[in-house]
Design a protein around this ligand. Structure first.
Ligand SMILES: [Cu+2]
Length: 95
């Protein structure tokens, strides 16, 4: 391998470890119909906040929804809905 090629690969590897250039913050609204009382959002918020890459979570009991801001390089919508489901509150993306 030519020296300049390995140097380039090392630079790419370093960049990917430190901060992927393609990482973007995304916000998704999840419909969480299973919330039945005012303490349910606490459980849902806690479950979502524990997901690596989630930076902000806002759960509304009245709207039965959770608005989540996350780093799409670290997590995905699927992981978010999985997290609420594991906590006992299946959710889906609100369109
Ligand atoms: Cu409840």
């Amino acid at each position: 391998m030519k020296p300049q090629v390995s140097a380039l690969l090392a630079a790419i590897g370093l960049a990917a470890t430190v901060a992927p250039a393609w990482a973007t913050m995304q916000t998704v609204t999840l419909s969480v119909p299973g919330m039945t009382c005012k303490t349910c959002p606490i459980t849902v918020k806690k479950a979502l906040s524990k997901v690596d890459g989630v930076s902000k979570t806002s759960v509304s009991f009245e709207q039965r929804e959770a608005v989540v801001t996350f780093d799409d390089a670290k997590t995905s919508v699927q992981k978010l809905t999985q997290a609420t489901e594991n906590a006992g509150y299946p959710s889906s993306v609100k369109q």
